[in-house]
Structures are given as C-alpha cells and as structure tokens.
Design a protein around this ligand. Structure first.
Ligand code: GAR
Length: 207
C-alpha cells in the first residue's frame, strides 16, 4: 500500500479526482494519508474531510519567517509518513530541503504541455491566459516529477487538449481539467503505485 500526501492551495478538483479514483478502483494499492494546505480556507480541505482524510493547514502567516514555514511544511509531510507527495494545485514553490529529502517521490500536475507555459509565475488561470494570447491551437496538461527547479523535473504523462474558437481562459481551464488533468493525475499515481515508473538518465520510462 502506497501512502500518499496531497498538497493543495485551492478548490481541490484534482484531489477529488484522486479520492474518486481510489474509491472506484482506478487506483489500486494506494491511500491518501494526509492533505496539506497552505490556505486555511481552501475548499480542498473540506473535500478531504468529507472523505475522512486527515488534514493539516500550514500557512505562511502562522510562521515568523519563510524558514519556519518551510520547516513546518517538511514536518507536516514527515509526520504523515507519506511515501509519495502529490502537488495538486499547490501554489507554493517547495523549499530545497523538501525536494532533496523526497527526491523522485514528489509529482506535480501542471495545466499545460511542458515546456510550454511553465516556470515561475505560470500557475492556474495565468497559464491559460498566456496560451490564448499566444494563439496555440493545442494545449494540455503534464504530470512530472518535482526537482529543485520550477516545472523542470522529468515528465511522466502528458495529454493534449484542443483550443476552441471562442475559448476564454475559464472555458479552456475547465476543458483541460476535464479532458486531461483529472485523467492523467490518477493514471500517474496508479503507475507509480504499481511500480511501473522508472527514472532512466533523467527521463521517465513507463514499464
Ligand atoms: C489545476 O489546474 C492545476 O493544474 C494548477 O492549479 C489548478 C488547481 O485546481 N496547478 C498549477 O498551475 C501549478 N503550477 P484544483 O485545486 O481544482 O485541483
């Protein structure tokens, strides 16, 4: 059984996709042991509570400085005894102590086809605004391992989604979630839980 901690900042629809996939058997042999949020009022925390999952809110405001906040995040993870950390709309860049400690054991869902529209400042709706501004005809989502960089880690799964003529950032965000994110995030967790994801020279091989 793979113990998972999920880190969130917002609505938690990707968290919900994981909860539902575990409940209906699309993900085997995995359990969400804790949901950690940097926002006390994140709706994702309510989703976790409704599913009977332990929650922890670790906010920057409750800590005197960034160092204390980073240490509290690490402590919340370590206490959970999670073997895999899933960033599901977690809008804090993880400190190096965490990326180092959990090397190869943290994954993130990003709402574009990396390396497009990623890196610092590209999160949430911003990503879709920029994709529409650039006029791309295809976008999508990416699940990748997290390293010390921002959206630079090895890519595990990607799924493409067509941009439509009258898309707004909001309609595009919704379609990317429905057609890509809520599918490939559970798929990636299922692959990892099944021991089918192997890192080879900084690239992912699916067994
Ligand atoms: C998702 O679209 C996720 O891909 C994005 O935030 C949203 C969270 O939604 N993450 C990033 O932009 C990370 N750079 P959710 O809280 O409903 O899952």
């Amino acid at each position: 059984m793979l113990n998972i901690a999920v880190m969130v900042s917002g609505g938690g629809t990707n968290l919900q996709a994981l909860i539902d996939s575990i409940a209906d058997g699309r993900i085997h042999d995995a359990k969400i042991v804790r949901v950690i949020s940097n926002k006390k009022d994140a709706y994702a925390l309510q989703r976790a509570e409704q599913a009977g999952i332990q929650t922890a809110a670790v906010t920057r405001a409750d800590h005197p400085d960034k160092k204390a906040f980073d240490e509290a995040l690490l402590k919340a993870l370590e206490e959970s005894e999670a073997e895999l950390v899933v960033l599901a709309g977690f809008l804090v860049v993880l400190p190096e102590e965490i990326t180092r400690r959990y090397k190869g054991r943290i994954i993130n869902i990003h709402p574009s086809l990396i390396p497009s529209f990623c890196g610092e400042g590209f999160y949430g709706l911003r990503v879709h605004e920029e994709a529409l501004k650039r006029g791309v005809k295809v976008t999508g989502a990416t699940v990748h391992f997290v390293d010390e960089g921002c959206d630079t880690g090895p890519i595990i799964l990607q799924k493409a989604v067509y941009v439509e003529k009258n898309d707004t950032p909001e309609t595009l965000q919704r379609r990317v979630m429905e057609q890509a994110e809520w599918k490939i995030l559970p798929e990636a967790v299922e692959l990892i839980a099944g021991g089918r994801v192997k890192l080879n020279n900084g690239r992912v091989e699916i067994l």
